[in-house]
Write a protein that binds this ligand. Structure first.
Ligand code: SF4
Length: 394
């Protein structure tokens, strides 16, 4: 027990790892398949957290391994998520991102959770792309409020055939980067060339969620495939832009689908830089309007599992945070979440009040994460290389 307590917040020493009472993966795995079979000292969460701390990130996870972690007794999972978090991250730092809908509604896609789809009658009024002054004003406000990353979302299937709008967005990216903020976009599916152009403009990250497991995905969206989503992530990654990709729980999926989503993310060639974990905010008029709200325990299970299997990723407590109290959010931060969206709205749904977030940071002793200065500096170094790739890819 004493050796266990000593493990908190520091790497495992060889001596501790060598202790016979600590189980190894191989001798415990067969007992870990179901939660009922786990014990306090041999849960998959404990074993994999220790391995993660010792060996660092891996992306050869099997689905069964992730399921075993996910199925670990909840408090054990929370505890070990916290251990990995304290080892791999600065546990007091929380990234604050502001998400602005720069082009709202009227989307041709049929994502069942989304009020911006033109297929559902949600009362949302479609709006054209916001002009530069309005976007920069919002970015300035976000910066003044302590946000380190500004994310722009446009309700489009993709950006193909939207040359004028796309060029405008490239301008916005450049301007906001020059304000010293990290910049993220979520504009639907991208082509390779567009990813390169976004990189050249200085884009830090591109968000494209997988939403759910490959198996459950056709129940949620029929207008584009899982593989198309993965292809966009590939172009983003290859352009040297950070990948931001996660999913939504509460869509009516089974726990197996949550494991499937995490498995796909954790076995990408490199783990996403950011992994948003969203809890569905059911919107009247969408096909998922009657889904029952996600419980905090479900969020904690997702967050802690994500933290253990992708230790270096920013795990973002995203949509649905508005429904959780400060003590509930504190458990999410403890489990391994280290990023939130701030600002009045998350695209079109309500978000937490700014003052309430400030109070929560103070109360919990959290500090806002600063923009990544090494990544900001890279922009200039890489600019010439990207120019070359763009001209050669036509
Ligand atoms: S989630 Fe995006 S792609 Fe899907 S309907 Fe909404 S805006 Fe369109």
């Amino acid at each position: 027990m004493i050796s266990k307590i000593r493990l908190i917040g520091r790497p495992l020493s060889a001596a501790v790892l060598a202790q016979p009472q600590l189980p190894t993966y191989s001798n415990c795995y067969s007992t870990l398949v179901s939660p009922s079979a786990t014990t306090a000292s041999s849960s998959a969460a404990a074993i994999e957290a220790e391995r993660s701390i010792r060996d660092g990130p891996r992306n050869d996870w099997s689905r069964d391994e992730i399921k075993s972690i996910y199925d670990s007794p909840l408090l054990d999972l929370l505890f070990h998520g916290a251990q990995v978090h304290r080892h791999a991250q600065n546990f007091r730092e929380v990234q604050q991102c502001t998400l602005l809908s720069i082009k709202t509604g009227g989307c041709s896609e049929d994502c069942s959770y989304c009020p911006q789809s033109s297929r559902y009658d949600t009362g949302l009024k479609a709006q054209k792309l916001m002009n530069k002054d309005a976007v920069l004003e919002a970015a300035t406000k976000a910066k003044e409020a302590g946000s380190m990353r500004f994310c722009m979302g446009a309700a489009w299937r993709d950006t193909i055939g939207r040359k004028t709008n796309f060029n405008q967005i490239l301008e916005y990216v450049k301007e906001i980067r020059n304000m010293g903020m990290e910049v993220c976009c979520t504009l639907g599916m991208l082509e390779k060339q567009q990813a390169l152009e976004l990189k050249r403009a200085g884009l830090t990250a591109y968000n494209h969620n997988l939403d759910t497991s490959r198996e459950y995905y056709p129940n949620i969206i029929t207008t584009r495939t899982y593989d198309e989503r993965l292809e966009t992530l590939k172009y983003v990654r290859e352009a040297g832009i950070n990948v931001c990709s996660g999913g939504i729980i509460g869509l009516g999926e089974a726990e197996e689908d949550r494991v499937g989503l995490l498995h796909t993310l954790a076995t990408l060639p490199t783990h996403p830089e950011s992994v948003p974990i969203n809890a569905l905010l059911a919107v009247k008029g969408t096909p998922l309007q009657d889904q029952k709200p996600v419980e905090i325990w479900e969020m904690i299970r997702m967050i802690a599992t994500a933290r253990i299997i992708m230790p270096k990723a920013m795990v973002r407590l995203s949509a649905g945070r508005v429904r959780f109290s400060i003590p509930e959010q504190a458990l999410c931060f403890l489990a391994g979440a280290n990023s939130i969206f701030t600002g009045e709205k998350l695209l079109t749904t309500p978000n937490n009040d700014y003052d309430a977030d400030q109070y929560m940071f103070k109360l919990l002793g959290l500090i806002p994460k600063a923009p990544d200065s090494s990544e900001l500096a890279l922009k200039d170094v890489e600019a010439e290389d990207i120019e070359e790739v763009i001209s050669s890819s036509g």
